[in-house]
Structures are given as structure tokens and as C-alpha cells.
Design a binder for this molecule. Structure first.
Ligand SMILES: Nc1ncnc2c1ncn2[C@@H]1O[C@H](COP(=O)(O)OP(=O)(O)OP(=O)(O)O)[C@@H](O)[C@H]1O
Ligand SMILES: [Mg+2]
Length: 266
């Protein structure tokens, strides 16, 4: 079960940022402290982000195109190095450039993730690099194939698959790593309704810590108890998903719309 978010957003004096009292960073899965980031020769993309996520929480990240969601995920798995600030994962300071098998990132574009000759080999790549025995690797691969429902694709070359098929294969590769922290970047992009529903049901049952960046606000509502609203590289609001996304004025003023299911009171 995800940890329940306890309180309504609180307004931070001075910054206009709404925050939930998280009870500190002790024992947290993710702790960001004053993170800022700029790509080379660009203006800063992320500005002074501080955030704590407790183990088992499922947190949605919403916000306009280019607000920094994917950049944050790349910082969280050590692909990028913050300009200032500190990232702690599972109580340890993250060192950019190191391999963290406990953190799994689903890339926004599955073509960035898939490169092996067959789907099966692609899913096995992560577990093999963790030094597992061939039997353990095979067991994880079969389990991930079964969860994602892609048995029919197992022998196919990933580059011949459709967009939605590639997305499911990329998710299977992620699951086979058994990460404790999962970062899903637009997981429902490209999926048909049945595959999307299957993924939502799977994510709802997930006990791992999960961050999901998505423009599919209905999916975020169904999966995540807590949501962060990003705008121009800052966390503008942090609170229970239904309260935050149900705040029409807040959503509209940051280029978003209240999800249909909240507008009609589902
Ligand atoms: N490699 C890069 N070099 C320079 N600027 C970049 C690079 N990658 C991203 N950016 C810029 O950083 C900003 C944040 O991009 P990012 O991909 O994190 O946004 P996002 O919130 O994930 O957007 P989307 O909703 O479109 O996926 C954008 O202005 C983007 O143009
Ligand atoms: Mg993105």
C-alpha cells in the first residue's frame, strides 16, 4: 500500500509553494535538498527543488511541456549531476555516474532504452549486468514477460515493434531489475486502452516507491495518492492528487486542466 498523504497542501510563506508536511527525511526513499540544474550553455531548468518521498509512496508529477520532469528523473538515477544541492536515495547520497540497480527509469522514448537483437535479450540485459545466475535471469525475464503480457513478442527484434509494443517491452525490462524505486516517464504514452488499463492495475498493486511523470492525468489520479505540480522548473504544489488536480484555478493558472473525472464528480 502507498503511504497516505496526511494533510492538505500548506502554503509556504514567501515562495507561494504548497507543501505537505512529510515528517522529515529519516528513512525516506528519496530526499532532494535544494537541487538546481542547468544543461550546458542554457538557463537553469530546475530551481531549488526540495522533496521527500517515503518508501512505498506513489507520487505523480504533472506540469507543462519542458517544465523539467524528465530532467528530474535523469538527476534521480545519476545520469545528470545537479548544479547545486544533494540527492539521497534510500538513505545514501547519490553519486552521479554510478550504476544504481535499486533505481529503475522508464525512458520517455522507448527507443532510448531498447537496443538488443530480441525482446527477450533486452529484458535480460539489466539482470545479467547485476551478476545474477542464468537461472535467476531467466526467471526474472519470464516473470516480467508474463506481467506485461508480451509473450508473443519475446523473439522479435525490438526495433520492428510498434510504439505501444516497445513501451511494454521497456516496462518489462524495468521490472526485471526489481528496483526499489521506479521512475516512470510517460508510461501510458502510445498504449492502447487495454494495455493502459493493464498497466494502471499493475501500478496500483505495486508496493515499490514510484514516481510517475505524465500528461495522462486520469492515470495519475488512479495510481498516485500524492501529486507534485511543476511549473518552469519549480514545485508549485504538493498534495493529495484529487485535491491538487481538483483545484481548477490552480490547474488553469499553470497551463493545465482539471481531469474530466473530477469535473463531473466521478
Ligand atoms: N540535453 C539538453 N540540452 C539542453 N536543454 C535541454 C536538454 N534536455 C532538455 N532540455 C531543456 O530542458 C527543459 C526541460 O526539459 P524536460 O525534458 O525535463 O521537460 P519535461 O517536463 O519532461 O517535458 P515534456 O512534458 O515535454 O516531457 C526544456 O526546456 C528542454 O528544452
Ligand atoms: Mg519529459
Amino acid at each position: 500500500m502507498a503511504v497516505e498523504t496526511a494533510a492538505l497542501p500548506l502554503q509556504d510563506a514567501g515562495t507561494g509553494t504548497s507543501r505537505i508536511e512529510t515528517g522529515g527525511t529519516t528513512g525516506s526513499a528519496i530526499a532532494l535538498s535544494h537541487i538546481s540544474f542547468a544543461y550546458p550553455d542554457t538557463l537553469p531548468v530546475l530551481h531549488d527543488l526540495s522533496l521527500t518521498v517515503q518508501p512505498g509512496e506513489r507520487v505523480g508529477i504533472i506540469g507543462h511541456n519542458g517544465c523539467g520532469k524528465t530532467t528530474l528523473f535523469h538527476l534521480l538515477c545519476g545520469v545528470l549531476c545537479p548544479t547545486t544541492g544533494e540527492v539521497n536515495l534510500l538513505g545514501r547520497r547519490l553519486v552521479p555516474g554510478q550504476f544504481y540497480p535499486e533505481v529503475g527509469l522508464l525512458f520517455q522514448d522507448p527507443d532510448d532504452q531498447l537496443f538488443s537483437a530480441s525482446v527477450q535479450e533486452d529484458i535480460a540485459f539489466g539482470p545479467l549486468n547485476m551478476g545474477l545466475s542464468p537461472e535467476a535471469v531467466n526467471q526474472r525475464v519470464q516473470q516480467a514477460i508474463q506481467i506485461t503480457g508480451i509473450a508473443a513478442l519475446a523473439e522479435r527484434p525490438p526495433h520492428h515493434l510498434s510504439g505501444g509494443e516497445k513501451q511494454m517491452v521497456a516496462i518489462a525490462g524495468l521490472l526485471a531489475m526489481h528496483p526499489q524505486i521506479l521512475l516512470y516517464d510517460e508510461p501510458t504514452a502510445n498504449l492502447d486502452l487495454r494495455a493502459r488499463r493493464r498497466l494502471i492495475q499493475f501500478l496500483q498493486q505495486s508496493s515499490q516507491t514510484l514516481l510517475m511523470a505524465s500528461h495522462d492525468l486520469e492515470c495519475v489520479l488512479e495510481v498516485c495518492d500524492r501529486t507534485l505540480l511543476f511549473h518552469q522548473g519549480q514545485i508549485i504544489a504538493d498534495g493529495p492528487s484529487r485535491d491538487l488536480m481538483g483545484d481548477e484555478a490552480l490547474m488553469l493558472s499553470h497551463g493545465l486542466e482539471r481531469p474530466y473525472s473530477l469535473a463531473v464528480g466521478c
